[in-house]
Structures are given as structure tokens and as C-alpha cells.
Write a protein that binds this ligand. Sequence first.
Ligand code: CS2
Length: 469
Amino acid sequence: MPTPIHPQLNSTQLPSLAQKGIRLPTYARSALAPGVVHLGLGAFQRAHQALVFDDLLQAGDERWGVLGVASRSWDLADALSRQNGLYSVRIQSATSKEWRVIGSVLQTCAATREREQVLNAIAHPGTRWITLTVTEKGYGSTLASLLVAGLQRRQEAGLGGLTIASCDNLRSNGDNLKALCLQHAGNTALQDWMSRTCAFPNSMVDRIVPASTEEDRSDAAKKMGVSDQAALRTETFWQWVLEDRLVDPSDAETLKRVGVNVVADVQPHEDAKLRMINGTNSLLATLGLLLDLPTVGQCVVKPMVHAFAHRLMSLEVMPHLVLPQLSGYRDALLARFGNPTLHHAVHQVATDGSKKIGERWVPSVQAQLNLGRTIEHHALATALWIWSCRGESDQGKVYALNDPQGEQLHSLARHHQGSPSDLMHAFLQLESIWGPNLQHDKRWRSAVERWLHVVSTQGTNGALALLLA
Ligand code: CS2
């Protein structure tokens, strides 16, 4: 059947959605101006922080409208502009489903195309916050120069500082962002102003948000009877743990009312999140690539994969975390990965692996080594990841490495694939991934080499069977 042509989602269509079981923004959007500049307009922010701000706007607090700034994708910024910033999110678990149209993104633009607009927005008197989801590889000079130029304009205009909240999966994300900005500022007056007036809280954010797909767009059209080019799907679970270091201290209470956890110290949450969720996610993505399982959900339901993930967390990660009730956290997490409605592509999670796995795996490996405990699960995960850099599944299916170091990793993996020892040496000396110490640790080196031998001779399933025997 030909796909029906639907009118486009935009402000004028909202009334037509009222009877369709969709939660809609009922606040007067056209009267609002952005109070938040978000850098890194993408799926994650639109299904996470944007919902928190939507709740606040819905509750009548008009300060949380967002200017969404795309780092790379002009297409998304433009598609959202045509929809007056509106988009739908299907929030689904195995047992519940809810649809929302989100209204908090008031305006969108692209950093490279509308730089002036971004700088002016940062320096606007009504702006109170900057939030960021620019991914691990985004923390470099392009970002710093934009932020610092905007902040300088703000300082020159004699305005107050901003709460600048990094929402990326990085350790001490706020501290790192602050260091990057200070380093880039170059003049002491500006550095002083930033240190005195701005706040860079650390944070932990959690929600599985797959990149928007054709299926999301067609489901949204079916549900709403209007076409939404920016439709998203996510899980019901979400968490935002934010350090209580905000320019306006009363923001803490405001955010708590809509479910944000504002705490004195984010680090225990951040460690648990990066090592349990993201660490296991990277393992599952690697296994998915090698076993030709396209989604995380399809991967984690395989009994051997499930057992591997369960044991990696229980034996090598959890002993070094201080949060209570970790087994419940682990089990809930395995269930979240198995959510049959998410279809989170392993290729998406595997993207930028070289920028991710160091943060996610190395602290657990180091802590286990320090105590003389087992490192077998992370060593096998590492061997599998190295092997996956060949760009070929166990069945011979070829895939591209989507990674800033992709070419180097691919050529190292191909060049040394005949020798587990050479492969181990070539990869473990990449300090940007493993840090300076691990490559010198004999136990680690020999475990990775041993597993590389197993993986290259017996395949991924053979290695899993051996680990779990
Ligand atoms: C994933 C994360 O793509 C990835 O690397 O591990 O996006 C993950 O889904 C989120 O951090 C969950 O909160």
C-alpha cells in the first residue's frame, strides 16, 4: 500500500493531536524565549534533558525553553525548524507505552552555519544555562572556541555567568569542560570571570536513546496522522544526577521537583554508570558486530552473552563501586538492554569505540589488577574489541569502523591478524585508549594475548564457551 501523505507536524497541528492519547505541550510556546542554549542537538538530548525542561515549562516555569544547536547535522536543525521545534517521543518498555510531543526546543540552528546566533544567545541576558551533549570526541578546540567566544561576549556585556552542564558520558565531565574552557580563554580577566561567575557541574545522565530511524518516523505518522521527521523512541527509565554546583542555587530545588537528582558528589553515580552500563554496552556492541546480531537487544538475550555480561559486572566491576544495591542495578540494566522495543543498533554503540572503552573498561581492569583479582572478562572483551577492528564478523560479513581512529585501528588489526602477540603489542601501546600503565602489566598483556589466540582460532562463540566453561 502506498504510504499516505501526511501534513507536517508543527504548531498549527497540535490541536489535531489532542484526542490521540499523546501528551502534548499546552504552554504558550510562541510567547517564550530560550533560557537554555544546548550544544549538540541530537537524539539523546531530545529524549532526555528536553523532557525535563518540557516538564518545567508545563508546570509554568518559563525559563527553560531551549535553543538547540546542532554540531554537525544541519538537516536535523532544519527539519526541527520546519516543525517549530516540535517532535514526538515514544517511551516504551516491555509492558508500557506512552507518546509525548515535546515543546521545549523553541529554536534550532547549526553551530558552523549560524555561529553569530549561537554567540549572541550565549551572551543574551535571558540565557541562564548551557547544556552539552557533544559526545566524547567533541571536547576539543572547536567546542572550546565557540563557548569561550560566547562567554567573552557575555563578560564584555557586563552580564552574570552561566551554569554550563556537560551531559556527556565522560568522567568528571564538568571539571573537564571547565579546564578546557579556561585553557582556551587565553586571558586572565576572562579566566577569572569564568571561574568566579560560571558553574560547571559534573553530571551523570542515563537513558537509552537509539538514533532516529525510518521505522520511528512511520510509527509516529501512524500514531499522530502527521509526519514527524525528527521522531524518537526511548525507554521509560531515565536518570540525571547533577552536582549541586549551580549559579542560581534555587535551580536545585526546581530540578528536583521534576525528578533530577541533585547531589553533592556525582562520582559514585558516574563510576557506576560508565563502568556498568556503558562498559557492558560496549561489550555487547562488540559481540553484536562479531556475531552478526544487529541490535543490543538481540545480543543480550543469547544465553552465553547474557552470562558474560552478568559475570563481567559481578566479578570485575561491582567490587569497586560504592553505590548500594548493585545487584539490583545490574539486573535492571540487563533487562533494559533486553527491551524488545528499543532496537538499539550495535553499530551505533560501537561508534567511536577508541574514545569510549578506555573510560568504560580501564578503571575496572586497573582496580582488579591492583588487588590481584581476575581480569579474564575484560581481557576477553578487549581481545574481542581488537579483533572487531578487522571490520569483519565471524561469518565474514564486512562492516566499516566508524571511529576517529578507524583507519589506524583497521590497518593495525589487518596487518597483525596472523599473530596474537603482535596484535596485542600493537594495540596495547595505544595510550590514548588504555592509559600509560596497562601496556606494562604482564598479567594484562598475557591475558589479552591468550584471548586473542582463542578468538582468532576458535571464533567468538568458542571464546565465550571457554570463558564460561
Ligand atoms: C551507549 C550510550 O552509544 C553508546 O556508547 O553506551 O549511548 C548509552 O546508551 C547511554 O549512555 C545510556 O545512558
